[in-house]
Design a binder for this molecule. Structure first.
Ligand code: PMP
Length: 354
């Protein structure tokens, strides 16, 4: 039986994507060869890369607007340093909204002056800072759209007088935004896109060429732009599976369609968290993430009972991150509404029993 997979990442992918990806590993498009044993320079794989990058731009509404989509390696964590390596000449501004944001800020400090524009560290990152303004003397401003660990999400992005860079690892392709507000977006594939092993980077080409330092080839966006993500051997399986997921999303009706589903799922879990006296939410109500719902038991003594009931009901991956404790239900694009309904049922069952 398929479990209700609330894992924070790697996480649930559409079943049909898993099936198609596994078929391609054995025999890619009836070619008599596996996807992972053909040359990345072969026509069939170049087509995969072209389709994946075109779908990414199309879904984000960025085609024809001067952006290039790249599939790179090294995870979002490599983007923490790569963005700074390529863009930070003197000073950059960072919004500190969680563990990952803090890590990106730490890496940037290796390359120049970094200003923390605002932070919610004072309250263990349970809210998104507001009312700050982005200084105009920065090379760029960096923010994290969704804080996977704490379950907060930026609803209103600031108007930035400087290029805006955003880590969208845990909510890309989940909600409609004006993506052209951003000059560089990056996201590890392993949430809403595919398996771990590739990172999507969507970059406005005119952003580059402004730093004076020498950049090692493998960390220079220009090389990957020039070679259509094939400066070296790309992670073919991760790119192919991402392509399948993006195709799946397009067939569903794109981001606008999945956003409606995501809102329904979020509404369901948060109303249970608010109405059930045994639970309390972690994140500030107005900043609650539609992707990761974080909550705790009011009485920790019920933990063993709840954990056992959740396990019995086939729940996977609902334990909170160690820095928050409690529970985290990650509800990425491929998680069905019925899984959230099943979790909510366990929560109400606990209330009936207690
Ligand atoms: N940023 C965010 C928002 C994340 O959630 C994560 C991983 N969970 C990362 C960055 C790091 O990603 P990776 O493991 O791909 O380096």
């Amino acid at each position: 039986m398929k479990k209700h997979n609330f894992s924070a990442g790697p996480c649930i992918l559409p079943q049909e994507v898993l099936l198609k990806a596994s078929e391609a590993v054995v025999d890619f498009n009836n070619s008599g060869l596996s996807l992972i044993e053909i040359s990345h320079r072969s026509k069939p794989f170049i087509e995969v890369m072209d389709t994946a990058t075109a779908l990414a731009l199309e879904l984000l509404g960025l085609e024809g607007k001067g952006y290039k989509a790249l599939f790179l390696q090294g995870g979002a964590s490599t983007q923490f340093l790569m963005t700074a390596y390529n863009l930070l000449e003197t000073k950059a501004g960072y919004l500190n909204t969680g563990t990952w944001a803090a890590k990106s800020l730490k890496e940037a400090k290796l390359f120049g002056e970094v200003v923390e524009v605002a932070s919610s560290k004072d309250a263990n990152y349970n809210y998104i800072p507001k009312g700050y303004s982005v200084p105009s003397d920065l090379d760029y401003f960096h923010c994290t759209s969704n804080n996977t660990i704490f379950g907060t999400q930026i609803k209103d992005f600031p108007t930035s007088p400087v290029p805006m860079v955003c880590d969208m690892s845990s909510d890309i392709f989940s909600r409609t935004l004006d993506f052209s507000k951003f000059d560089l977006i990056y996201a590890g594939a392993q949430k809403n896109m595919g398996p771990a092993g590739t990172t999507l980077v969507v970059i406005k080409e005119d952003l580059l060429g402004k730093v004076t330092r020498a950049i090692p080839s493998m960390l220079d966006y220009k090389n990957f732009i020039e070679k259509d993500s094939m400066f070296n051997t790309p992670p073919v399986f991760a790119v192919y599976t991402s392509m399948l997921t993006l195709q799946w999303l397009k067939d569903l009706g794109g981001i606008a369609a999945i956003e409606k589903e995501n809102e329904k799922k979020a509404k369901l879990i948060y109303s249970e968290i608010d109405l059930n006296p045994l639970f309390k939410g972690f994140a500030a109500t107005e900043d609650r993430s539609t992707m990761n719902a974080t909550f705790n038991l009011v009485d920790e003594k019920l933990k063993d009972t709840f954990d056992e009931m959740a396990k019995e009901a086939g729940m996977n991956g609902i334990n909170g991150h160690r820095s928050v404790g409690g529970y985290r239900a990650s509800m990425y694009n491929a998680l069905p509404y019925t899984s959230v309904a099943a979790l909510v049922e366990v929560m109400s069952e606990l209330e009936r029993k207690a």
